[in-house]
Design a protein around this ligand. Structure first.
Ligand SMILES: C[S@@+](CC[C@H](N)C(=O)[O-])C[C@H]1O[C@@H](n2cnc3c(N)ncnc32)[C@H](O)[C@@H]1O
Length: 155
């Protein structure tokens, strides 16, 4: 099984790519963290609804068949690291791929959000989309560490 982040935005600042890779490469071969970055819709003259709908088609294409869907949303479920580690344990229990959906500057299309099995809030603050994939990779790595008794996480 795989952990997959499907996120809007293929061209991110170098710091975001570097930071994301720094965490992604720590995952073990049996549970890789993969990033599927989809193209952001060109902004000029389109409504937020049109932009989100176009990006939703690309995100949908990035979701493996049968994957459990977790939507990243600042209004989603708030979790501590311990709760996320327990949730990860539960998610990994059925062997399905796990996909985390991250929107672009305008957010996620409501119809795509409605397909979520779960939602996840990383902070009460709205975070820039380049930062969310980094934050999420670190949070998942920390949760994985806790679950596996790895010293990265200290209570
Ligand atoms: C710049 S935000 C979009 C904000 C947009 N106004 C909205 O209502 O979603 C880009 C994406 O990052 C993710 N995101 C931003 N802040 C987040 C947070 N605090 N927790 C979880 N995901 C977040 C969401 O997937 C969001 O679609």
């Amino acid at each position: 099984m795989r952990l997959l982040i499907a996120a809007v935005g293929q061209k991110q600042p170098a710091w975001a790519d570097l930071a994301y890779e720094d965490f992604a490469k720590r995952f073990p071969a049996e549970l890789p963290l993969l990033l599927k970055a989809v193209k952001a819709e060109p902004r000029g003259g389109k409504s937020a609804e049109q932009l989100m709908a176009a990006e939703a088609v690309r995100l949908e294409a990035a979701v493996p068949k049968g994957a459990r869907r977790v939507v990243l949303d600042e209004r989603g479920t708030r979790m501590t690291t311990t709760e996320l580690a327990r949730r990860l344990e539960f998610w990994l229990g059925d062997g399905r791929d796990l996909v985390f959906l991250v929107g672009g500057p305008d957010g996620l299309d409501p119809a795509l959000k409605a397909t979520a099995d779960e939602t996840l809030r990383l902070s009460d603050l709205t975070l820039p989309h380049a930062f969310v994939r980094v934050f999420l990779a670190e949070a998942l790595y920390r949760a994985w560490s806790l679950r596996n008794g790895h010293p990265y996480h200290r209570e």
